[in-house]
Write a protein that binds this ligand. Structure first.
Ligand code: SF4
Length: 347
């Protein structure tokens, strides 16, 4: 996604992402630093409902900035314990398979977390690069045009200890990485592993959650106080297209719910990506940009992208087996203006 960076582009990003830029400058700490310093009290053998109750109390403390220097048990420790429990009947995403991920793979094709690759990515938005991007394998979607299908639709890559990955992130930070960018596939099935990585991580690097936003409400709670920026794919403006092209039921209500939940998360910010699809301006681009403007505000950072290419199985769907036309790009630009999205990146 290399593109010419216009003068003022970083200024627009700064307007939309003040916390992220404050972490880069060293004026604020990443959110997981705080989740690690909120004291909570729990017993490892307690039933899940009691753990959630302790979690709620911890989240209240976090939002009230009740931070301890050296907590015996931290909110992050508790999140890890709950996440591990959820794996036993996995409901981390809205697919809610309910299977024991310690014994078998879910619909996402994930049992243990596998990493297909990790490197300093220079192809993301200008405010993110260089971004230390960790590609996990597996995905809860089946997008017929997936560009990363070899990662997302297969269980591939290496199994690592969380401490090894936190070391790699620290090295990348020293080499100039502005953030750690958890992606896939989809990062949601890997929440237990990622939380463990953050427990070990000792460098103040912002956490980017590069996701399709199809998390369950439980997963959203676990991400509160951990994610600094939701780098969120907002793909479909209606459930019919989401089911047809991504095999994602109840897409619209799930994703919009999660955006509204994330809006309330501790110091979390958004960078929302919308990939404009051929023939889907009226049914997808328009309702998505309208919803963002009306619900998240006109200052939110949005990247309206024109780089769709018919890959993977898109050839089986003649209506999306082409690139965008010039007129479609112009219409997308018009919609960004119509909905007054001031900090949008287009093209
Ligand atoms: S992450 Fe979602 S798709 Fe994967 S096992 Fe859990 S509920 Fe199923």
């Amino acid at each position: 996604m290399f593109r010419h960076v216009e003068i003022g582009e970083i200024e627009r990003a700064k307007n939309a992402l003040p916390h992220y830029f404050a972490v880069l400058k060293g004026d604020e700490q990443p959110n997981f630093y705080h989740a690690r310093r909120v004291e909570v009290s729990f017993s490892r053998d307690s039933p899940l409902e009691e753990l959630w109750q302790a979690h709620e109390e911890g989240i209240e403390k976090l939002h009230d900035n009740e931070i301890s220097e050296k907590p015996g048990q931290s909110l992050l420790d508790l999140k890890i314990l709950i996440a591990r429990r959820l794996l036993e009947r996995c409901i981390l995403c809205e697919m809610k398979c309910g299977i024991n991920r310690r014994k078998q793979k879910g619909y996402c094709r994930v049992d243990r977390s596998r990493i297909a690759s990790a490197f300093l990515h220079l192809g993301e938005e200008p405010e993110l690069i260089p971004s230390y991007t960790i590609f996990f394998s597996g995905c809860n979607f089946r997008c017929v045009f997936c560009q990363n299908w070899d990662i997302s639709q297969q269980s591939t890559g290496g199994v690592y200890a969380p401490g090894e990955i936190s070391m790699e992130i620290a090295v990348a930070h020293m080499q100039g990485a502005k953030n750690v960018n958890f992606v896939g596939g989809e990062p949601t099935p890997h929440i237990p592993f990622i939380l463990e990585v953050l427990r070990h991580l000792r460098v103040p690097i912002p956490v980017i959650w590069n996701s399709n936003m199809y998390m369950s409400e439980e997963a959203m709670k676990l991400l509160d106080g951990v994610v600094d920026v939701y780098l969120a794919d907002f793909k479909w403006g209606n459930n019919r297209d989401a089911l047809k092209y991504s095999k994602a039921p109840r897409y619209w209500e799930t994703v919009t719910r999660n955006f509204l939940l994330a809006r309330e998360h501790y110091r979390a910010e958004f960078l929302i990506r919308h990939l404009v699809m051929p023939g889907h301006l009226e049914c997808c681009t328009e309702p998505i940009l309208r919803w963002i403007s009306e619900n998240l505000g006109r200052d939110v950072r949005v990247n309206v992208m024109f780089q769709y290419r018919p890959e993977y199985r898109a050839g089986g769907y003649p209506e999306i087996a082409r690139r965008l036309t010039h007129e479609e790009m112009e219409e997308a630009v018009r919609l960004v203006r119509e909905f007054g999205l001031k900090n949008a990146l287009i093209g």
